[in-house]
Design a protein around this ligand. Structure first.
Ligand code: FE2
Ligand code: FE2
Length: 269
């Protein structure tokens, strides 16, 4: 019988787009039916390495990615591609949380399996928009920043929770409302509607990150606020940008003190 860890690894290793997405939905459904046990005596996870991915998109340095407006069809397609790429990566990020961190409470695995399932659905929604604009996933270049943070935090669940959901995924909460407004102004109601659904569901993903970051802090008798501040300074200088969506971040479990820490860290050169 397949274990949850083996199922997570299969999804991580799947390289074809349709295979990763279909395996994610199938394993998430099997887990929800209680068919994927979480063994307490599983061997430790394999060292982290790049997950399976299709040959395209080409991965480039973020500086090499052109900035395009949302007003034109090609600009909008490039933009939808960049968000689809984030969602495709987010599937791997969620499965890696399941796969890598052993001996966690059952609720941790339930959260990250459900999130992997959401991310696969988000990817499919955006891929459909991309196809409606005459393109597909792989047609534009992309960057590897999300997976790089996953690698940097593979040694520690507390650091992973602080930096992947609460910094990188949370960035979506900050920038998506403005994108929805611009898409509506450009007359693209379909993509705007997809992003509204995604924004709503991402609040729950970031909230799971907050919950499990605090859980680790409690286990280790570490004060979460100074720890979050310390981790921002250590890892997040280059990736932290305001302005922040205080309301959405508040709903996703950021304390007032943490929001202040974000503002200060983003201002520090
Ligand atoms: Fe998502
Ligand atoms: Fe997410």
């Amino acid at each position: 019988m397949l274990t949850l860890f083996e199922a997570a690894r299969q999804c991580l290793e799947a390289a074809a787009i349709d295979d990763k997405i279909a395996s994610t939905h199938a394993h998430a459904a099997a887990f929800a039916r209680g068919e994927l046990p979480i063994p307490s005596d599983a061997p430790p996870p394999e060292p982290i390495r790049m997950p399976g991915r299709p040959p395209r998109p080409r991965l480039v340095h973020p500086r090499e990615l052109p900035r395009r407006g949302l007003g034109s069809d090609p600009g909008r397609a490039a933009f939808v591609h960049s968000i689809a790429h984030i969602e495709f990566n987010a599937v791997d990020l969620a499965w890696d949380a399941v796969y890598r961190f052993r001996g966690m409470p059952a609720a941790f695995y339930a959260d990250w399996v459900r999130i992997a399932d959401d991310e696969a659905r988000h990817f499919t929604m955006l891929r459909a928009r991309l196809q409606a604009l005459g393109h597909d996933y792989g047609d534009f270049d992309a960057h590897n920043g999300l997976w790089e943070m996953c690698e940097k935090t593979a040694h520690d669940g507390m650091e992973r929770m602080a930096l992947v959901p609460r910094v990188l995924e949370a960035r979506g909460l900050d920038v998506t409302p403005g994108m929805i407004v611009k898409l509506r102004a450009a007359g693209d109601e379909h993509t705007a509607g997809a992003l509204e659904t995604i924004l709503h569901e991402e609040i729950a993903h970031v909230a799971a990150g907050s919950r499990w970051f605090r859980w680790f802090c409690e286990q280790r008798r570490v004060d979460p606020e100074p720890k979050f501040r310390e981790l921002l300074a250590q890892y997040a200088r280059a990736v932290l940008h305001g302005p922040f969506n205080m309301e959405a971040r508040g709903a996703a479990g950021f304390s007032v003190e943490e929001l202040e820490a974000l503002l200060q860290a983003a201002e520090t050169p």
